[in-house]
Design a protein around this ligand. Structure first.
Ligand code: GLC
Ligand code: CA
Length: 567
């Protein structure tokens, strides 16, 4: 694998509305981010991805862009953006923006012009199609529920396509003029000095142009959008062109958000000939996904989690580096989702941190993960902002669940769990703002917050710092960043174990993913314990005993260890 500047970094995602409010209006903003750059630096962060800060009506919280060249006033001004870039540069932090080009907002000037003249130039920037006798052209379901087709106002039999909300019309990538507009915009931002982009819903830019029905998979008569994605051929032509025309001249860092791609096509996405530098590894996140909706989800077991991670690394590690996440702005909090009740404590959270950071890949933290923020308790559906959650609530009610049950079901998966204000301190509004936050903070901010954890050596935050520092520790970089990942002790259940084999050193990573203790035996001698999430606590009962050539290790429940072993 060819080495890249970003391989040894640790990245961090900021959800700007909820990170830090710099001007006291209850909404996070660019000035707030600039204020916290030292915090990020102290954590060891080298790359920051900021979710959209462009002009937007916020139907989908900024993923509906009405002007790609403008900063939305709630976040500040272009001067604030320039200041952020300059301050980040001083601290050797690279800024990555969100690139949302599968769709724009229905308020974007292109769409407004298309509405006025669907058969003119801008009509062809979108997918505007004739229906079948006043009915939509085909039966695809949008990601946020209902048909992907919306009737064009003023026309009986014309529809436009939206894979997400109806306020997010899809851009017609078949149109070369549109593509050039997008590349121009990308170059404009790169010219400004950003390091690159996270590419939103990027696999969706290619449609199955037959626009045909597929077999319905729910009683709404529609079929999942993923089915269309699987049938759409040729996305790589667009991606290659975009790379050539927009990213390559700037050596931009690009990271794709890709669902439903064919794993055997990994080489098309990452590595030497890939269209992107990296892609997120969503393999644990898609587990248990309900076919019919969130109500139909299955819990994710530790073994399923492990097998998914093993498998995606087996497929990818010789090709290129994927990015590891536990959570992001579209997922519930990892600590609530992946830890069984008994492990929902600092020990368990550190174990999850360890798994994510020691697994081969670029670690991507999501704001608040580093202090172990958890899902929030929703008091009522009125409290929910997220468009996706509101749709799933309706789907759940439609299945005969009552309101309380439906709320409980969607609360577990709601994207709002990740979007509550960052918990900086135990001050009012979690130290995020002086005003009432746009989304109510999690009740537990008095216990879980940065200020409390910063001064404490055994906090989750301190543990993250330790893990992050290991990536750039000259002694361990080779193993931690580049070392081959080889699973071990696969016959154990509720357990994760793997080697990271560097040129000179071999590390062994062990996670006892259950509350009961366990003993494992490995064939090498242990030279040194490098990371231990039970180190500073009373539970330091684990012992490492020599057994002939090898070692026997006794582990506490949810204990996580990184040890150096003989080669
Ligand atoms: C991506 C974003 C998500 C958004 C969707 C539509 O999945 O991460 O937040 O709703 O795309 O832009
Ligand atoms: Ca603000």
């Amino acid at each position: 694998m060819e080495r890249k500047w970003w391989h040894e970094k640790t990245a961090y995602q900021i959800y700007p509305k909820s990170f830090m409010d710099g001007n006291g209006d209850g909404i996070g903003d660019l000035k707030g981010i600039t204020q916290k750059l030292d915090y990020l630096k102290g954590l060891g962060i080298g790359i920051v991805w900021i979710s959209p800060i462009y002009r937007s009506p916020f139907v989908d919280q900024g993923y509906d862009i009405s002007d790609y060249y403008g900063v939305d006033p709630v976040f500040g001004t272009m001067e604030d953006m320039d200041e952020l870039l300059a301050e980040a540069k001083k601290r050797d932090i690279r800024i990555v923006m969100d690139l949302v080009v599968n769709h724009c907002s229905d308020r974007h000037e292109w769409f407004q012009k298309a509405l006025k003249d669907p058969f003119g130039k801008y009509g062809d920037y979108f997918y505007i199609k004739e229906g079948k006798n006043g009915k939509p052209p085909c039966n695809w379901r949008s990601y946020f529920g209902g048909s992907v087709w919306e009737r064009l106002p003023g026309y009986e039999n014309l529809f436009y396509l939206h894979m997400f909300a109806k306020e997010q019309p899809d851009l017609n990538w078949e149109n070369p003029e549109l593509r050039q507009e997008i590349y121009r915009m990308i170059r404009w931002w790169l010219e400004k000095g950003i390091a690159g982009f996270r590419l939103d819903a990027i696999i969706n830019i290619k449609k199955d142009l037959r626009f045909q029905d597929f077999p319905a998979d729910r009683d709404d008569g529609l079929c999942a959008p993923a089915v269309m994605v699987r049938h759409a051929k040729g996305v790589h032509d667009f991606l290659r062109e975009m790379k050539r025309e927009a990213f390559a001249p700037y050596q931009a860092f690009t990271i794709g958000e890709l669902f439903d791609f064919r794993p055997e096509e990994m080489e098309l996405y990452i590595g030497k000939n890939g269209c992107f530098e990296s892609i997120f590894d969503f393999s644990p996140h898609v587990l248990g996904g309900g076919e019919k909706g969130w109500y139909d989800r299955k819990p994710v077991t530790p073994d399923a989690f492990r097998n998914a991670v093993y498998e995606s690394k087996r497929m990818s590690q010789s090709i290129g580096m994927m990015a590891n996440i536990i959570e992001n702005h579209d997922e519930p909090r990892g600590a609530s989702r992946y830890l069984p009740e008994a492990g929902r404590n600092e020990t368990g959270k550190k174990m999850l941190a360890g798994i994510s950071l020691m697994t081969i890949g670029l670690p991507f933290l999501y704001q608040g993960q580093e202090i172990g923020m958890t899902n929030k308790r929703f008091r009522s559906i009125e409290e929910v902002d997220d468009i996706n959650t509101l749709d799933e609530y309706q789907v759940t009610l439609g299945q005969g669940f009552d309101e309380a049950e439906a709320l409980q079901i969607v609360a577990e998966m709601s994207r709002d769990n990740a979007r509550t204000p960052m918990q900086w301190s135990s001050d009012l509004y979690a130290g995020f703002s002086k005003a009432v936050p746009w989304l109510r903070e999690n009740d537990n901010y008095r216990e879980i917050n940065v200020a409390e954890q910063e001064g404490r050596a055994d906090s989750v935050l301190s543990f993250y710092k330790k893990l992050i520092a290991l990536r750039t520790d000259p002694v361990y970089t080779e193993a931690v960043v580049y070392g081959e990942q080889i699973p071990v002790l696969e016959e154990e259940t509720n357990f994760i174990g793997f080697y990271r084999k560097g040129a000179e050193k071999t590390l062994l990573v062990l996670a006892n993913y259950r509350k009961e203790k366990r003993e494992v035996t490995i064939s090498q001698a242990i030279k040194k314990v490098i990371i231990d999430n039970c180190e500073d606590r009373d539970c330091r009962e684990h012992l490492i005993a020599k057994t002939g050539e090898g070692s026997r290790i006794s582990m506490e429940g949810y204990q996580f260890l990184v040890v150096e072993v003989g080669n």
